[in-house]
Design a binder for this molecule. Structure first.
Ligand SMILES: *Cc1c(COP(=O)(O)O)cnc(C)c1O
Length: 335
């Protein structure tokens, strides 16, 4: 029997590559070459000029191959590129390139019902050799695909988080874009969290260290006693497509009141449910958050989820699977 798929890199035959030179992008193409040859002084290696995206392709019940809101990944990559002084990829080109990679690796898309998907990783790097700090002149844009398994093993194990002493993003920094540098600085904190028995770090706003921002790789959601969905708003939070989708379906499908606002760390005790959201897991349930000697607990049912967040998670997954009709354009067919 094959080993069950995990959320880990596994090589597929084809990836997309395009090169920026003399002020323009080359016509992109598929390649089987999974390696990149660079100058030792390439801007990405010395000064981390790189950004990325993450989205999944999967099969619906009817066997259609689809992606979820790839237009928003394209838009977010454009804003990441602008902040990183990199030449953005046209929205249509980005989506077309994703489609090419998905179709070329079609045999690697997990079957419907397996819970797995083909994860796409578009990314861009600055390739010009530099020594003085300046943006690269030449760039490489790639998209590779990796099949990944269901995010959760059953039974679902709700997460235990801690408020982190280290910071993730400065108020006018790069927290709002998907840049590798935001992850490099989180490695120390995540290893430390794991050593101390926590699953993830919750970061506070670094200016006042009083407001909840997000974890290293996911936005955070809360539910109040009176059934309100509350999620932090801050310019230094990465604008999660999953979170924006959940906010919309909470309002439009469940007619919930939704607050997107600053959330003081002292408010944690007022919330009944907590979850993390992102492409891979949709919503991961949170059981506890540890903060300065105190552990705050959230409700989880026998499935490991809070009731309201479980409902929202199923609703979003039903829309993604086309079991129910979602807002127009959310499920994008690959043809
Ligand atoms: C990618 C990412 C998310 C999740 O975004 P989705 O678009 O929902 O996958 C959340 N926080 C950070 C820091 C991220 O990099």
């Amino acid at each position: 029997m094959d080993k069950p798929l995990k959320f880990a890199y596994s090589k597929t035959p084809y990836r997309y590559v395009s090169y920026f030179k003399d002020g323009k992008w080359s016509k992109g193409e598929l390649t089987t070459n999974d390696t990149i040859t660079l100058s030792e002084s390439a801007c990405v290696l010395q000064y981390a000029q790189t950004c990325f995206e993450g989205l999944k392709a999967y099969k619906t019940k009817e066997g259609k191959i689809v992606c979820f809101r790839p237009d928003l990944n394209a838009e977010r990559m454009i804003s990441s590129c602008e902040r990183m002084k990199m030449p953005p990829i046209d929205k249509e080109e980005f989506i077309k390139a994703c489609m090419k990679v998905i179709k070329a690796n079609e045999n690697y898309i997990p079957e419907f019902g397996s819970g797995g998907s083909l994860y796409l990783r578009p990314f861009m790097i600055g390739t010009t050799p530099v020594l003085g700090v300046k943006p690269s002149l030449e760039f490489e844009f790639r998209i590779f695909a990796s099949p990944v398994g269901a995010y959760f093993s059953t039974p679902v194990k709700p997460l235990n988080l801690r408020i982190c002493d280290l910071d993730r993003a400065a108020p006018n920094g790069t927290g709002g874009i998907k840049a590798g540098l935001n992850y490099a600085m989180s490695l120390y904190a995540i290893v430390d969290a794991h050593e101390k028995g926590f699953d993830e770090n919750v970061y506070l706003d670094s200016a006042s260290r009083t407001y909840i921002e997000e974890t290293g790789g996911a936005n955070i959601l809360f539910v109040t006693k009176d059934n309100k969905l509350v999620t932090p708003s801050s310019p230094s939070i990465l604008p999660s497509i999953t979170r924006r989708s959940i906010v919309q379906i909470a309002r439009d499908y469940l007619h919930m009141e939704v607050e997107e606002r600053r959330i003081h760390v002292d408010e944690l005790e007022n919330f009944v449910e907590c979850g993390l959201c992102g492409t891979a897991a949709v919503i991961s349930p949170v059981k506890t958050i540890y903060n300065q000697g105190k552990t705050i607990s959230f409700e989880v049912n026998e499935n490991g989820f809070g009731n309201v967040l479980e409902k929202l998670r199923h609703l979003l997954m039903d829309i993604q699977q086309e079991n129910i009709e979602g807002p127009s354009g959310w499920v994008f067919e690959i043809k």
